[in-house]
Write a protein that binds this ligand. Structure first.
Ligand SMILES: Nc1ncnc2c1ncn2[C@@H]1O[C@H](COP(=O)(O)OP(=O)(O)OP(=O)(O)O)[C@@H](O)[C@H]1O
Length: 573
């Protein structure tokens, strides 16, 4: 692969060409399978049309199809059994029970001719093209920006949700990772706001103040969504604010505040400004909670309630989006909304079949590092995201990889300063990082379209965590690969994740599926498992080693730009 192609793929953001010719550069690349992988079943060539969110199978290679054919029978059989389950009515069911039913042959046969389920009163019809949205009086200028951003056809979630939001209905929307949920809500917001507040003020229209708010769980995601907004805003004087301490201060003046159209923020930042009295949300008409299930967990719920309480406009419309929504979060979501519509694209809480998933047994924690080094000793497709459970382990693993001469290592976690996090992200987008060691902070929403591989170094302890982590690859119709290490200690959650893999259409060994269902207590304990801070307890770092280590880390950071140029070598077919 050429350096240029890599730069293009890893850039993300504004100039990416969604015609997918870049994607086709990778068509012939064979995925590699680590030797100690106990499960590695490529997906079955062609996706069912309903799951082909980006029509990607049009470009899948015939070789892939041939290879898949020989394995297809059992995988397809299992997948069909999943397809036949009643996803409309039963999707809140416990995954384990669902998979148990899969392994039994007595699943009731029901053909799911549709993969989009809609619930609610008077659900507006979906559209097949962006052109069909014209009946909602979308401005030609907004269209032009849509087209110049490279969006040609709406994805499934966009086809269904855009009309609903444009008809000003409350919405809960669930669609797999990387299927374009951001645009699904941003386009209707821009269309409904119609013109920037500055124009309204100039024409002495009455109401002023922030009119739309998008809330997300991390700063990085807020930044990314802000960039998406800027694409749609081109050529007009929209005031779109990425909320931070600095922008909050700048908005302390009412005149400045009144000109703001859209705010993108994390809950904490927004609530701090509300409490300081430097923000007024009473004019907000559109509130979006992106990664809604995360925002409704204990860490954020209080803040979300405060934000909801501050959005008091009588015409406030609310929309919640996520790739996952467990039953309890869904109930809370529905309770927040008025006469809501609920849209589910694909199977709830299930990764895209384009992501080739496997589990790799690594016995215990101290065996993970050698396994990862073995992995990187073989051909791999950078950039790779490696997920660990804590900040300290992220730092430790990144250092170990550098000391073992794995090129272009970076890390990103919430313990780093904002500047460090921004620099890390920027290196990733520029293609300077080949391996990014990170924590849950990067698991949701982040869109690096070049990411071909995700490694779960530490086992995810919830289905949601697994789905979002591996969803950093296989985005916008591209193929991806996800490898999950598991140790004996991960047994309580193993079956749960294996069931997700099965549900995506991949095989898993029967012995895992036959594991007894762990008690809730065991699963809770598993979530709290204390892993050592260092991923290599054997390393005794003396003073000389410490200096060497520091120099190597600094050297590695300096070298990144140069070594990026030799990228093609490592990634060749
Ligand atoms: N209609 C479209 N055609 C082609 N590409 C699209 C379209 N809509 C969105 N995309 C691209 O798909 C990628 C994924 O979009 P986005 O980040 O909105 O996904 P998501 O569903 O929100 O994912 P996640 O659940 O991980 O947050 C982005 O790179 C985006 O530019």
């Amino acid at each position: 692969m050429s350096n240029e192609a890599f730069q293009l793929l890893s850039r993300g953001g504004v100039a990416f060409n969604k015609s997918k010719s870049d994607f086709q550069l990778f068509k012939r690349q064979k995925p590699t399978t680590p030797k100690n992988s106990v499960i590695a079943q490529p997906n079955a060539g062609e996706l069912p049309a309903e799951l082909d969110f980006f029509k990607s199978t049009r470009s899948s290679s015939s070789t892939g199809k041939r290879k898949a054919a020989s394995r297809q029978q059992s995988t397809e059989e299992k997948r069909r059994r999943v397809d036949d389950m009643d996803v409309d009515e039963d999707e809140n069911e416990d995954k384990e029970d669902a998979a148990q039913r899969l392994t039994e042959a007595s699943v009731k046969a029901r053909k799911t001719s549709h993969r989009v389920t809609a619930k609610g009163k008077n659900v507006p019809s979906h559209v097949n093209t962006f052109d069909e949205l014209k009946k909602y009086s979308i401005s030609s200028h907004l269209y032009a920006n849509l087209v110049s951003s490279g969006y040609v056809e709406p994805t499934g979630i966009q086809s269904h949700c855009m009309p609903i939001l444009l008809e000003e209905r409350d919405l809960v929307a669930i669609s797999p990772t990387g299927t374009g949920k951001t645009l699904a809500y941003l386009l209707p917001i821009f269309s409904l706001l119609s013109v920037p507040t500055s124009t309204l003020i100039a024409s002495s229209s009455t109401s002023t103040g922030v009119r739309a708010v998008v809330v997300v769980p991390t700063r990085e995601l807020a930044h990314q969504i802000h960039n998406e907004c800027l694409k749609l805003a081109q050529g007009r004087k929209w005031k779109i604010v990425l909320f931070s301490k600095a922008t909050a201060n700048a908005l302390s003046q009412k005149e400045a505040r009144d000109k703001v159209d859209i705010i993108i923020s994390t809950p904490l930042r927004l609530v701090a400004a509300l409490q300081e009295g430097i923000l007024d949300l009473s004019n907000v008409r559109h509130l979006v909670l992106d990664e809604a299930d995360r925002l409704m967990d204990n860490e954020f719920m209080e803040q979300i309630q405060e934000i909801l309480g501050s959005c008091r406009h009588k015409n406030l419309r609310k929309a919640l989006f996520s790739a996952t929504l467990p039953a309890n979060a869904e109930k809370m979501a529905m309770d927040m909304l008025d006469d809501p519509i609920r849209i589910v694209v694909g199977l709830k809480d299930t990764p895209l079949p384009l992501i080739q998933q496997s589990l790799t047994y690594v016995a215990d924690d101290s065996s993970k590092l050698p396994s990862l080094l073995t992995y990187f000793a073989q051909t791999y497709n950078p950039p790779v995201l490696v997920f660990v459970s804590t900040q300290t382990r992220a730092t430790s693993l990144a250092e170990e990889l550098i000391l073992n001469n794995i090129p272009n290592i970076d890390s990103l976690h919430a313990g780093m300063t904002q500047k460090e996090r921004e620099d890390s992200l920027s290196r990733m987008r520029k293609g300077e990082s080949w391996v990014m060691v990170t924590t849950e902070v990067m698991a949701r929403g982040m869109d690096f379209r070049g990411v071909r591989e995700v490694i779960n170094y530490d086992f995810p302890t919830t289905i949601q965590s697994y789905v979002h982590r591996i969803g950093r690859t296989g985005r916008a119709g591209r193929e991806g690969k996800a490898v999950t290490f598991f140790t004996d200690d991960d047994a309580p959650c193993l079956k749960m994740i294996a069931n997700v893999i099965l549900q995506s259409g991949f095989s898993v060994p029967d012995w895992i599926l036959k594991l007894p269902k762990p008690s809730k207590m065991k699963r809770k304990q598993m979530g709290k498992t204390k892993r050592p801070d260092s991923v290599n307890p054997a390393r005794k770092v003396g003073r000389r080693d410490a200096i060497k280590k520091r120099d190597m880390i600094l050297g590695s950071k300096r070298r990144t730009v140069n070594t990026t140029n030799s990228y093609a070598g490592i990634n060749s077919d």
